[in-house]
Structure formats: structure tokens, C-alpha cells
Ligand binder design. Structure first.
Ligand SMILES: [Zn+2]
Length: 397
């Protein structure tokens, strides 16, 4: 069979994506390793790509006849994965993922996009009844009683390019916050990607605070942020002005009709060191009659970014929800705890987002050369599974 297979994917990763050196030395912190780090790391990555993310499932794969087809050289148990991930340097995977995304840009993976965005948001992953690691954050019922613990993290992804590529996460434990973790994540992302990689960062309303916007300014990123009632004065001013005006622009986007209002001369709130704030309001009318209305703020000038482009940038935030959190939770086990230890959890989350990005680059760019249609993620997964069984000798009876 000549179609895509885990082995051919591995050749793509170690060839065109140049991850071979990283896989041989992925930040192994074990003192006297018996099993090569590449076998353990490769198996975790292949497990993610086959949506077999639990350590028991990875053990079953590498102890089966499928191991050779997965390009994993040796078998091992789930305890070896726990020991390995507890000691693996997470920053090595972060730098490798950013390196892959940077290489994608150099290889013109985003060439059809005038602007490259970064979307950043927080979510909760796995839950437990008792705190067992430094990232276990209590969550409370309406009477403020602790009813359990959960892990929370911020994720960052390339968006707005037709290719959603998540590449880093930052967890936050008790006493920390989504918004502080988001600032650390954004700083590290720009450090790993380079300051000229992206044009803007798109975020939900809780990040629309002066310190976060100033962090983006320092990193030379424009901001596109949802304007909600946590900024009541600006929101009220925009509602009052746009409420008395007809829309400045109407256009069709897919099957939807979109009306936009756009003005660049709103006053910044007291702590925001901007000259003025541009606010966009849109009303999106679906064929069913459903209306979605939202306000967004930005420091992009209308000369550089039109109302219609700004609308699309705002909508690119959904990629972190859909292609980031939803895929990670529903298909790749973000809510599953393989081994409840802080570094092991972090490494599992990072390998998960790396796997999402590698699968998309392989499927949507590398395999898509030529004229054949784009394969869906499910079609590629099916081809991977079909390629795993060893060829049988022909039946001559
Ligand atoms: Zn925990």
C-alpha cells in the first residue's frame, strides 16, 4: 500500500520537518536510561496520532505486532512512560513545536494569508476529587464549598491562515490566573517564534485588560479583543454611538449576512496607554434568522486593516475553541489523566498539541500536494490504522 502511514509520517517528520535531532534528544532527564528516549517519545506521539493517548493504550500498541509499522524500535510498559514523562524537559517540546510552526511559515504554508494571527485562551482539562499535584485548582459550588479539583491551562495557536496550529500551553494552579498565565504564554511564544512571526493576537474579553494589551504592545503584536461588560464605559460608549447609526458596511460571508459598524476614535480607559481605541460591532444574521452580535476592540488602524478583515480576525478566535480545545478534548484525551504528576501532565499536554500541529501539516500541506482533494482527519486516521497490520503471506491453498 502506498498511501499515508505512520512510517511515512515519521519520514516526513524526520525529513522535511527536520525533527530527527529533537526525537533523539527530546530533553530526557533520566539518569541511566534503559530504553531510548526516541522510542518513548515516538510512541507517545504515535499514540496521539492514532488517538490512543492513554499510557496503557500506548503500551498495548508497542507490545503488539503493529510496533514496527509505528517506527518504534522497542517495546515497554506504561510505567516506563510515567517515569520518562516525569523527567522530560517540557521546554524542549515547546521549542520543537515553535520550530515546526516557524518552518511552516518559511515553507510558505501561510502564503495565502495577508495576516498571521495567534489566538490564546484558557480552558479546564482533567478533574479529580483530591489535590494531587501543584496544578490542582479547587472549584466550588454556588455556596463556595470546594466540590473537586481540576487542571486549567492556557493554549496558544496560529490562526487566521486556514491552518490552525496549536503549539504551546501554560497551566495555572491555585493563586495564579488565566490572565497571568496568558501573558507568560504569549511572551514565551514570541520568544520561541521570533518577533516578526505573527501580526496580531486575538483574545476573549477577559484578556482585554491594560497589562495584557501592554504586553502585546511590547511584543509588537496588534490586539483584537472581544469587548464585553468588564469594560463597561467603553462598551456603553460604543453601544450608544453605533445604536443610533446605520451599519457602515454590509456583506455576505458564506450563507450569512453581516453588518458592521466601525470607529477608531474611542477614548481609552484610564489605565490603557493607547492614544485611542478602535471598536468594531458586527451583526451576523444566519439563514435560520439567528442573530449574533458582538463588539471587539483593536489598535489596528483602518488604513492597515479594513472592517471586513477585522471581522475575520475577530472570528479567527473560534479556531482555538474548535480546532484547539474541542479537538484536544474530544479526540485526543485532554481531559484524561494518564499519570497524575505535574511535569508528566504538562508534557502530555504539550505532546498533544504538537501532534495536532504535525497531523495538520502532514495532511493539509504535505499530502495535499497535487490535485487530489484534502483528506479529513478521520480519513487519515483510518488509513493509519489500516496500514498497521503486517502483510499476510498469500493463501496458496
Ligand atoms: Zn493535579
Amino acid at each position: 500500500m502506498n498511501g499515508p502511514s505512520p512510517r511515512r509520517l515519521w519520514r516526513y517528520l524526520t525529513g522535511p520537518l527536520r525533527l530527527g535531532t529533537f526525537f533523539r534528544s527530546p530533553g530526557d532527564g533520566r539518569r541511566q536510561p534503559q530504553i531510548a528516549a526516541q522510542a518513548l517519545y515516538g510512541a507517545l506521539l504515535m499514540g496521539q496520532l492514532l488517538r490512543q493517548y492513554s499510557f496503557h493504550a500506548v503500551e498495548a500498541l508497542v507490545c503488539s505486532p503493529a510496533r514496527r509499522a509505528l517506527a518504534v524500535r522497542t517495546s515497554f510498559g506504561d510505567d516506563a512512560l510515567a517515569y520518562f514523562t516525569e523527567r522530560l524537559d517540557a521546554d524542549c517540546t515547546r521549542r520543537a513545536a515553535a520550530g515546526v510552526v516557524s518552518r511552516a511559515k518559511r515553507n510558505k504554508a501561510f502564503q495565502d494569508s495577508a495576516f498571521i494571527g495567534l489566538a490564546l485562551d484558557g480552558t479546564s482539562s482533567s478533574r479529580c476529587r483530591r489535590p494531587r499535584c501543584p496544578w490542582c485548582r479547587p472549584f466550588r459550588n454556588q455556596r463556595k464549598q470546594i466540590v473537586g479539583y481540576r487542571h486549567q491551562l492556557t493554549m496558544i495557536s496560529v490562526v487566521g491562515t486556514g491552518l490552525s496550529l496549536p503549539f504551546d500551553v501554560e497551566p495555572y494552579g491555585p493563586g495564579d490566573s488565566e490572565y497571568r498565565a496568558g501573558q507568560r504564554l504569549l511572551r514565551r511564544a514570541v520568544q520561541n517564534l521570533g518577533s516578526r512571526f505573527a501580526d496580531y493576537v486575538v483574545v476573549d474579553g477577559e484578556f482585554a485588560t491594560a497589562p495584557f494589551l501592554h504586553t502585546a504592545d511590547q511584543l509588537r503584536l496588534k490586539v483584537v479583543a472581544r469587548l464585553k461588560d468588564n469594560l463597561p464605559e467603553l462598551l456603553a460608549a460604543a453601544q450608544q454611538r453605533f445604536g443610533s447609526q446605520p451599519p457602515q458596511l454590509c456583506f455576505e460571508e458564506g450563507q450569512d449576512r453581516v453588518e458592521v459598524w466601525d470607529a477608531e476614535d474611542f477614548d481609552p480607559w484610564e489605565s490603557l496607554q493607547w492614544q485611542s481605541v478602535r471598536v468594531l460591532r458586527y451583526r451576523q444574521v444566519k439563514p435560520s434568522g439567528e442573530v449574533i452580535e458582538a463588539y471587539w476592540l483593536t489598535n489596528f488602524s483602518p488604513r492597515r486593516v479594513s472592517s471586513r478583515t477585522l471581522y475575520r480576525m475577530a472570528k479567527s478566535r473560534w479556531e482555538i475553541e474548535n480546532q484547539g480545545f474541542n479537538d484536544a478534548k474530544n479526540r485526543h484525551g485532554l481531559k484524561h489523566i494518564c499519570h497524575h504528576e505535574a511535569n508528566s501532565l504538562l508534557v502530555q499536554w504539550l505532546i498533544l498539541v504538537l501532534a495536532l500541529t504535525l497531523e495538520r501539516l502532514y495532511r493539509l500541506r504535505y499530502l495535499h500536494r497535487g490535485t487530489h482533494p484534502v483528506r479529513t482527519a478521520m480519513e487519515l486516521l483510518r488509513l493509519f490504522w489500516l496500514s498497521l497490520s503486517p502483510p499476510k503471506a498469500p493463501d496458496s491453498s
